[in-house]
Design a protein around this ligand. Structure first.
Ligand code: EPU
Length: 411
C-alpha cells in the first residue's frame, strides 16, 4: 500500500549489492573451508542462493548482514529446477562447479519476464576452456577434466557470462583472456574477491580481462560493494516526490551516467564523503535515455528513470538496448495516468503533472520498486500486487522509504 508523499528528507543507508553478493556466494565454491561475506543484503534472492548452496551440501549461516559459507571437500554439484526457476542467477554456480569438481548439473533457466534470456555465451565460453555439455530432461550436464586457459571473445559484454568465465578460469591451467568482457562494478568486486582467494585476475573493469589459472584457492573474508540500483531507486523517489536526502554509502563512481542524466533533468547532486546527497529544487524536465552496458546507462536504472520522466516537463525518448522485453511495467504506469507509448525497444514519455493511484502488478524486482516510487507520486492510494518480486532484491524498501517521510506499507 503506497500513499502520496510530498517531500522526502533525511538519509537512507544503501545495502550490499544483490548482483554482487549472489556471485560472491557462488565464488565461495572455489575454495574448501569457510568464506565470510559482509554487507550481504537480507533479500529473497540471497536466500535462494543460500538454499541452492545448502542443497549441494554446503553450510550457509547468516548473522545479521554477515553470511558464512562453509564449503566441504566434496559436494553434490547439482542446481535443481525448483531453485534455478526461482532465480536465474543460479547459473553462476556452473563455472565454479565445473572448475573445482569437474562436473555439474544445472537446470536450464528458461525464459522470464524480460522475455527469452539465453545462456549460450556462458556455455560456449566454458567450452573454450575445455568443458563439455549435454542437454537432457531440462538440465545441462557439464563435465570437464582440468580446465585449460583459452582466449574467449564474447559476442556481447554479458555480465553473467563474464563472471562465470572469470570464476572457472581462476582454477584452470594456463592463461585465459576474456575479450569484450562486461565492465560493471560487480565484475570488479568479483575480481577483488577472487584475487583475495588466491586467483590471478587482472583487467576487471576494462573490456579485456586476463586470468592466470591457479591450482588452489583459499576461503577469505570480504565485504560486498553497495547496491547502485538500490541507490537509483531512492534517487528516483526524490525526483518524483521532491525533498533532499543523503544516500549513505552510495558510490558515485559506480553511477556516473545516472548522475549525469539526473542532473540533466534538473536534480542537484552533491558528492559527500558519506555517499551521495540528492535534492530536487525545481520541476524536473524530460531527457532522452538509452541503456547500454557499463559505463553506459544500466538497464536496471531504466524503470526508475521512466517513472521520474513520466512526471517531468516535456518529452523523453527511452531506448532499451539490453533486454528487448523490459517494458512490461509501462502498461501499469499507463494505468496510473502516465502518458507513455512503447513500441519495440523504444518508449516515448510525455510528462504529466501527477500519477493517479491505482492497483498495479509488479512483474519483476525493479519494475515493482519503480511502481512503489510512482505510487508515492500519485494522488490517492496505490496497491502494488505481487510485491514479493520487490523482496527478491530489496531489504526493507517500505521501511527505508517510510524513514524518509513516505507512507509505504508492506502487507
Ligand atoms: N545474453 C545472451 N546470451 C548469454 C548471456 C546473455 O544472449 O549467454 C544476452 C541477454 O539476453 C541480454 C544481454 O545479453 O540481452 C545482457 O545480459 P547479461 O548476461 O549481461 O545479464 P545477466 O548477467 O543475466 C545481470 C543482472 C541483471 C542486469 C543485467 C545487465 C544479475 C543477477 N543480474 O543479468 O540484473 O539487468 O546483468 O546489467 O547480476 C536485476 O537486478 O533486477 C537484474 C535483472
Amino acid at each position: 500500500m503506497v500513499y502520496q508523499s510530498d517531500s522526502l528528507s533525511g538519509e537512507v543507508t544503501i545495502g550490499g549489492a544483490k548482483n554482487s553478493a549472489l556471485k560472491l556466494m557462488a565464488a565461495a565454491l572455489l575454495a574448501e573451508g569457510v568464506t565470510i561475506l559482509h554487507n550481504v543484503p537480507d533479500i529473497t534472492d540471497v536466500t535462494i542462493m543460500s538454499e541452492l548452496l545448502m542443497a549441494m551440501g554446503v553450510g550457509v549461516a547468516r548473522f545479521g548482514n554477515r553470511v558464512e559459507i562453509d564449503v566441504p571437500a566434496e559436494i553434490n554439484p547439482e542446481a535443481p529446477y525448483e531453485l534455478v526457476s526461482r532465480m536465474r542467477a543460479s547459473i553462476s554456480v556452473l563455472g565454479p562447479l565445473i572448475a573445482r569438481f569437474g562436473i555439474a548439473t544445472v537446470a536450464i533457466p528458461g525464459g522470464d519476464d524480460f522475455g527469452s534470456r539465453p545462456i549460450d555465451m556462458h556455455l560456449t565460453g566454458l567450452e573454450r576452456l575445455g568443458a563439455k555439455f549435454s542437454y537432457e530432461h531440462g538440465n545441462i550436464y557439464g563435465k570437464a577434466g582440468k580446465l585449460r586457459g583459452a582466449e574467449v571473445l564474447l559476442e556481447f559484454p554479458s555480465v553473467g557470462a563474464t563472471e562465470n568465465l572469470m570464476m572457472a578460469a581462476s582454477l584452470s591451467v594456463g592463461n585465459t583472456v576474456i575479450d569484450n568482457a562486461a565492465r560493471e562494478p560487480e565484475i570488479s568486486d568479483l575480481s577483488d574477491l577472487l584475487n583475495l582467494m588466491g586467483a590471478k585476475v587482472s583487467g576487471a573493469g576494462t573490456s579485456r580481462i586476463t586470468i592466470e589459472g591457479v591450482e588452489q584457492m583459499v576461503p577469505v573474508e570480504f565485504t560486498v560493494i553497495p547496491d547502485r540500483v538500490e541507490a537509483a531507486t531512492f534517487m528516483s523517489a526524490i525526483a518524483v516526490c521532491g525533498g533532499k536526502a543523503l544516500l549513505r554509502n552510495a558510490r558515485p563512481e559506480h553511477m556516473r551516467m545516472l548522475i549525469r542524466k539526473m542532473e540533466e533533468m534538473g536534480m542537484e547532486i552533491t558528492l559527500d564523503p558519506a555517499g551521495i546527497v540528492i535534492e530536487r529544487n525545481t520541476t524536473t524536465k524530460g531527457v532522452h535515455v538509452s541503456t547500454l552496458p557499463y559505463p553506459g546507462l544500466a538497464t536496471d536504472y531504466k524503470p526508475f528513470l521512466v517513472v521520474a520522466l513520466a512526471v517531468s516537463e516535456g518529452l523523453s525518448m527511452v531506448t532499451e538496448n539490453i533486454f528487448a522485453g523490459r517494458f512490461r511495467y509501462i502498461d501499469e504506469l499507463v494505468r496510473m495516468g502516465a502518458d507513455i507509448r512503447a513500441e519495440g525497444r523504444h518508449a516515448v514519455v510525455t510528462g504529466v503533472s501527477c500519477f493517479s493511484g491505482a492497483k498495479v502488478r509488479a512483474h519483476d524486482i525493479r519494475a515493482g520498486a519503480a511502481l512503489v516510487v510512482a505510487g508515492m507520486g500519485a494522488d490517492g492510494v496505490t496497491e502494488v500486487y505481487e510485491a514479493e518480486h520487490i523482496d527478491r532484491g530489496y531489504e526493507n524498501l517500505a521501511g527505508k522509504l517510510t524513514a524518509m517521510g513516505a507512507q509505504v506499507e508492506r502487507a
